[in-house]
Design a protein around this ligand. Structure first.
Ligand code: DLZ
Length: 204
């Protein structure tokens, strides 16, 4: 039985030019692993090359906002250093009397994943309520920080944080309970990263 919840019918977006980061917490691994697989499946279906996907891990959900911020900053630094290498190769090529076509073939297209920052980052974590206020503080802090981050850095940060009352709720939302009305939410997050990553290049 299919549930009424979910992202509904989506257009198939071409993700072949996107660079996508995924960072996930390691708490509640069984649920996390299934969500991660769901996200990767949707990225692959949209044509995002495996080499354009970078996966990092952090201990717990509280670490997710900092990790997203640092991953994006590193991808920007990598991009500017790759682009300055390209520029100096091109300058050498132009000033050389012999035309080195092999260098041009290797680096001329300028379309490698390393020379552009991430188009989207998916942050995945699973928080399960315990007997103290810990859950409320982390859920609130991480949700607000991820929202603020995407507006500050200007790329979509997909909200892959499950805030659960029980482990069973997580198993359902990771698609691990057969016959459940729920599906794997990681798939929605992969699809959202592609759609927003494509749209940020120009809203049609
Ligand atoms: C400490 C803690 C607890 C109790 N529960 C969870 C959880 O359900 N899910 C999760 O992702 N992380 C949990 N953590 C760890 C915190 O997120 C964080 O890693 C530590 O407080 C260290 O900053």
């Amino acid at each position: 039985m299919s549930g009424i919840k979910g992202i509904g019918e989506t257009k198939q977006y071409d993700g072949s030019k996107l660079r996508v980061g995924i960072v996930h917490a390691r708490w509640n691994t069984k649920i996390i692993d299934a969500l991660l697989e769901g996200a990767k499946k949707k990225l692959a279906e949209a044509g995002v090359p495996e080499s354009n996907i970078e996966i990092q891990t952090v201990p717990g959900s509280y670490e997710l906002p900092y990790a997203v911020q640092q991953m994006y900053a590193c991808s920007q630094a990598q991009a500017s250093s790759a682009n300055s290498t390209l520029l100096s190769s091109a300058t050498d090529l132009l000033s050389s009397s012999t035309t080195d076509l092999s260098l041009k073939d290797k680096e001329g297209s300028g379309s490698t994943a390393a020379n552009k920052p991430f188009d989207a980052i998916i942050a995945i974590g699973v928080l399960i309520k315990g007997s103290t206020m810990h859950f409320e503080y982390i859920s609130d802090a991480v949700s607000h920080a991820l929202m603020k981050l995407q507006l500050d850095i200007g790329i979509p940060v997909v909200f892959g944080l499950l805030t659960l009352l029980t482990e069973e709720q997580g198993l359902e939302r990771a698609g691990l309970v057969s016959g459940s009305k729920y599906h794997n939410h990681g798939e929605d997050w992969g699809a959202a990263a592609v759609e927003l990553g494509v749209k940020r290049r120009g809203w049609q």
